[in-house]
Design a protein around this ligand. Structure first.
Ligand SMILES: NC(=O)c1ccc[n+]([C@@H]2O[C@H](COP(=O)([O-])OP(=O)(O)OC[C@H]3O[C@@H](n4cnc5c(N)ncnc54)[C@H](OP(=O)(O)O)[C@@H]3O)[C@@H](O)[C@H]2O)c1
Length: 236
């Protein structure tokens, strides 16, 4: 198995894409730390992932995309494992929908908070936990909107995604002299939960199972890519 004996932090595992990534990492043999923000979602996640043994799937309850919560998660992981092999940062879901001309300050702040600031806190807290080895990797999950806005009423998706592209660049620059690899996995498609027929917010639209993203995230962790944007454009 590609990630046998490795320890990975996968954030956003209660979400559509993160669940698929957590499942793929477990299937590849990794121990997965999947923080949950709401204790009520812990059992559901565990069951969705096939109820793996407690030492293979660890689900600390933590507001991990806040300034303090991200540090608390890092302290928890450091105490338990010392250092980790991989981080996959997959957080922040929907944003308020609307054309650019209708975006309000409140909606902008919500999108920036949920989709950008959380990624910043995670990078600050979790990147230092990576083993100082070329095998270690930090992968940020993003979406294609931001590179090409093919959904006019997804203005805030475009703005927030583009900000996260920049965050990845900055993290790559900061770690350039170190062996750890930093990559972006950019999804160009609607992704649904494995086992579901559609995305809950885009009924009737063509979608793809999260397992495809999970397989790609495992390949990046087990591979040698560094400073790359890996594009998973499933409709092209
Ligand atoms: N699904 C798609 O079609 C698609 C397509 C392209 C790209 N992506 C990318 O995949 C990533 C995850 O998307 P998703 O569709 O899996 O989203 P999702 O189903 O809404 O899941 C979002 C995950 O992020 C967590 N989260 C942590 N802090 C958050 C915050 N402040 N606000 C909102 N959520 C927060 C959520 O936790 P809770 O469960 O506690 O809310 C949940 O686990 C995003 O970066 C997105 O750009 C998704």
């Amino acid at each position: 198995m590609a990630l046998q004996g490795k320890v990975a932090i996968v954030t956003g595992a209660t979400g559509i894409v993160g669940e698929g990534i957590a499942r793929a990492f477990l299937q590849a043999g990794a121990t997965v730390v999947a923080p949950v923000r709401d204790a009520g979602k812990e059992a559901g996640l565990r069951s969705a992932l096939g109820s793996p043994p407690a030492d293979r799937l660890v689900t600390p309850v933590d507001a991990y995309t806040t300034a303090e919560g991200s540090k608390q998660l890092a302290r928890f992981v450091q105490l338990k494992y010392g250092a980790v092999d991989h981080v996959v940062a997959c957080t922040g879901g929907m944003v308020p929908m609307g054309l650019l001309s209708t975006v309000t300050r409140e909606a902008f702040n919500t999108a920036a908070h949920d989709r950008v600031l959380g990624q910043l806190y995670l990078a600050q807290a979790l990147a230092p936990l990576l083993k100082e080895e070329a095998g270690s990797s930090y992968t940020v999950i993003t979406g294609r909107l931001g590179e090409h806005c093919n959904m006019p009423d997804g203005a805030l998706f475009c703005i927030a995604n583009a900000a996260v592209y920049g965050l990845v660049q900055a993290l790559q620059a900061e770690l350039r002299s170190k062996p750890q690899r930093v990559n972006e996995l950019r999804i160009g498609a609607i992704v649904r939960r494995d086992g579901k027929a559609e995305h809950p917010h885009f009924p009737g639209k063509r979608s793809h199972p999260a397992s495809l993203v999970g397989a790609q995230a495992v390949a990046i962790a087990a591979g040698s890519q560094s400073e790359e944007i890996i594009r998973l454009y499933l409709d092209d």
